[in-house]
Design a protein around this ligand. Structure first.
Ligand code: 5AD
Ligand code: SF4
Length: 472
């Protein structure tokens, strides 16, 4: 059920019911989940999704501020959207949502005059009122951050997507204040959504045929609502439907609870994949980044995880060229990555962001070409590691959840293993949403190729590994 709480609802009789909207989304998975919340708010008001920006009366761009290049893309798109406001389409509305709305605020309206509406991540319920203001000929802004807003009562509308996998946002904001990161300023304080509302949403997804959920937060390990910890929540989430996979992202290395590792081990439908960003392999750099762990502590945690969950797949985020990073410190990052041998890594050159501690305290002193060179060194090394890791998969059996038709060949399907590796295999009679047991026959650094064996299920496939499945 879609429920929209707007205390002012009756005051704003909008002339928008027949309007079509289009939302273009940039940035992290949280942003994509937020777009679904906005879609719910819009469709609740009778507006219909358009196929593209050209066909829409209202164009929203849901933005990301994490690095400068993410913002530059948005400026380019806004210029393009403005060009769509031709004489015939003067009343097209263009709005900026998300992190950039929070960061640039009124300046969007004043300086650039590219947009009519600016809405921060905690103000989406206010969109109908703001649209009414725009209709009245005013420019509209709401960038208030909230200590409570979790949109818990709004069921996201999933107009795009594959109908098999979905995101569920379990918390908002971040209190960690890593010195390089703008997120605490754009998304505000950390707050957790009630466990009951999360479980209800997962149940609805399961009822609608979804086979996988990824629960999202900037740091899911610090989830806490009404005495429910993240490990408790994952346990409850995994009990909704034993044939539904549950993933989670992102975990901060500072507080990874053992309890969670045990829950992952115990529940076959919680995926053996942990995204645990190191950011750097140098203790000194980590200190300047305000990441409260050392290289050694991080490596100990990784050891502990791989001992407790044999075969667990790990991924990381890495920043190269952070303020003051020496060549030796860069090599420490290289060696940490070589030691952990991640299955996946998201690697970035440091991009200075206003308001952050690093901006105030340190100089962005690594020249762009050095940042780029270091970045390409870690990328090259990581590609080799992934290639080697994936080669070791050849001959192994995996359970793959079919998500899509392969991009390269329409007679093939693609899906992921429990360990989050992309697998491509012949379509035969399999369809989206099937769990297929496959044998890996080939690999690259990014993809595994496989021979399909048979349709299976989580309980069937893992029964061989676990003598007794927990009773559900
Ligand atoms: N520059 C480069 N990368 C950044 N990240 C966050 N802030 C910055 C920045 N200023 C990266 C971190 C984080 C990921 C989501 O984005 O690695 O984990
Ligand atoms: Fe940014 Fe650090 Fe929070 Fe992640 S944990 S969102 S990197 S401040």
């Amino acid at each position: 059920m879609i429920k929209l709480i707007n205390p002012h609802k009756s005051r704003y009789i909008l002339n928008v019911e027949s309007k079509k909207f289009f939302i273009e989304t940039y940035g992290c998975q949280m942003n994509f989940a937020d777009t679904e919340i906005v879609q719910s708010i819009m469709t609740e008001r009778g507006m219909k999704p358009a196929d593209d920006a050209e066909a829409a009366d209202i164009i929203f761009i849901n933005t990301c501020s994490i690095r400068d290049n993410a913002e530059r893309k948005v400026w380019d798109r806004l210029k393009y959207f403005k060009s769509l406001k031709t004489k015939k389409h003067q009343d097209k509305v263009v709005g900026v949502l998300g992190c950039m709305a929070e960061r640039i605020r009124e300046k969007f309206l004043e300086e650039k005059k590219l947009v009519d509406l600016v809405v921060g991540p905690d103000a989406y319920r206010d969109i109908p009122r703001l649209l009414a203001e725009v209709e009245d000929g005013r420019k509209a802004v709401n960038v208030l951050l909230s200590l409570e807003e979790t949109y818990a009562d709004i069921t996201p509308v999933r107009v795009t997507g594959n109908g098999v996998t979905s995101f569920v946002s379990i918390m908002r904001g971040c209190d960690n204040m890593c010195s390089f990161c703008v997120v605490p300023f754009t998304r505000g304080r950390e707050r957790s959504r009630s466990a009951d509302s999360i479980i209800q949403e997962i149940q609805q997804l399961s009822d609608n045929g979804y086979k996988e959920v990824t629960v999202l937060g900037q740091n899911v390990n610090s989830y806490k609502a009404d005495g429910v910890s993240f490990a408790d929540l994952m346990y409850r989430a995994s009990m909704v439907n034993p044939e539904m996979r549950v993933r989670f992202s992102t975990s901060h290395p500072k507080d990874f609870p053992d309890e969670l590792l045990h829950v992952i081990n115990e529940r076959p439908n919680i995926c053996n994949y942990i995204h645990i960003p190191a950011q750097s392999g140098s203790s000194e750099v980590l200190k300047r980044m305000r990441r409260p762990y050392t290289r050694e502590e991080y490596l100990e945690l990784i050891d502990h995880m791989t001992n407790l969950i044999p075969g667990v797949s790990l991924s990381t985020d890495i920043i190269t060229g952070f303020c003051g990073e020496t060549e030796k410190q860069h090599l420490e990052t290289m060696s940490l990555m070589a030691q952990v041998r991640y299955d996946l890594a998201y690697m970035f050159a440091y991009s200075e962001r206003e308001r952050t501690l690093a901006h105030r305290k340190y100089e962005d002193d690594i020249p762009e070409e050095i940042k780029k060179r270091r970045l390409s060194e870690i990328i090259d090394q990581q590609m080799n590691i992934q290639e080697e890791n994936n080669l070791k998969e050849v001959g192994k059996r995996h359970l793959v959840l079919v998500e899509n038709t392969s991009k390269r060949n329409e007679n093939q399907l693609s899906g992921r293993t429990d360990t989050n590796k992309m697998v491509v295999f012949d379509r035969l009679d399999f369809v989206r949403g099937d769990y297929v047991e496959v044998e890996i026959t080939g690999s690259t650094s990014a993809t595994l190729f496989a021979k399909p064996i048979r349709k299976s299920s989580i309980q069937e496939f893992y029964a061989a590994e676990t003598t007794a499945l927990p009773t559900v």
